[in-house]
Design a binder for this molecule. Structure first.
Ligand code: HEM
Length: 268
């Protein structure tokens, strides 16, 4: 199975990073997450300026509407996450995704190497493979954050059902965890994720891979040089295999030609 497919046009070679299916999963996560952040913090800070604007826009029912929208977005995010679990278990590309996202010893040496590069102790930055240690950490932080927000969110949503089970103290703990994890998640997206896909001078104003699905060769050279080397090597091997096959085919067709003709040709 191909991990990275390429698309060639007249001018540049492009490398597939996200299929349409993966881009839709990402879009659903992105839109539901932003909606959850806005509607969630609107509950906690009803007097904030931006919440007052919402109140002016939507009138008296703003808070009822906010609760409904928060729950709809939560359902979208949870459904998207469940689909993602299904995708990584039952599709070949999904299984490869998890294998490539899993931490290896190289990630540790990459962290040290990158830090040395940033403080000027090394002239070269480590070469990242399909996913850098940064992308891997972001992915697993997202998995953890989604589990925490879903569990605590379900407790808050169905509080009548869970109150006798976890008591009012458990409910308070759930609310606190939901709130602090919401701050952590929002900050990690705005500061961490947005830095790597937006503010970073290497990709500014926007890494468009989540829209187009592809990276250029130049971007691959910069972001995932080790993976690019592997792709090039694989392509070289495939090319030489094809050449060998066509030489064998030619040899076969020459030996399969009628004896008389070959003799005739020899005479000439
Ligand atoms: C990562 C995404 C999420 C963020 C950023 C977020 C944010 C918030 C925040 C800041 C609050 C206010 C907490 C407080 O009053 O101290 C809240 C409340 C709440 N959240 Fe979330 N949340 C998220 C995901 C979820 C999920 C997945 C669910 C459900 C499964 C959920 C259900 C609720 C419920 C029921 C409340 C109680 C108040 C209400 O909205 O009526 N949230 N959320």
């Amino acid at each position: 199975m191909k991990t990275t497919e390429k698309m060639e046009n007249k001018h540049e070679k492009k490398y597939l990073r996200m299929t349409l299916n993966e881009r839709i999963q990402h879009f659903l996560l992105l839109s539901s997450f932003i909606t959850l952040v806005i509607t969630g913090f609107a509950l906690k800070y009803p007097e904030a300026v931006w919440v007052i604007w919402f109140r002016k826009l939507f009138g008296e029912n703003t808070f009822e509407l906010r609760g409904i929208v928060h729950r709809i977005a939560a359902v979208v995010m949870v459904a998207d996450s469940l689909y993602h679990i299904f995708y990584v278990i039952f599709s070949g590309r999904g299984r490869k995704l998890i294998i490539d996202l899993w931490f290896t010893k190289k990630d540790l040496t990459d962290v040290i190497g990158t830090m040395k590069y940033y403080i000027g102790k090394s002239d070269t930055k480590p070469k990242y493979a399909r996913f850098s240690y940064i992308e891997k950490s972001e992915y697993w932080a997202l998995v953890w954050g989604t589990v925490v927000m879903t569990v605590t969110g379900v407790f808050l949503w169905f509080n009548n059902f869970f109150l006798p089970i976890i008591s009012s103290f458990g409910m308070e703990i759930s609310t606190a965890i939901h709130f602090y994890e919401a701050i952590l998640a929002s900050l990690s997206i705005v500061v961490w994720h947005f830095y790597f896909v937006i503010y970073n001078p290497d990709v500014y104003p926007l890494n468009r891979t989540f829209i187009t699905g592809y990276m250029t060769r130049e971007e691959m050279e910069h972001e995932h040089p080790l993976e690019l080397e592997e792709i090039d090597k694989m392509e070289e091997e495939m090319k030489s295999e094809t050449e060998e096959e066509s030489i064998k085919k030619d040899a076969k067709s020459v030996s399969a030609e009628p004896e008389s003709k070959t003799t005739e040709e020899k005479k000439i």
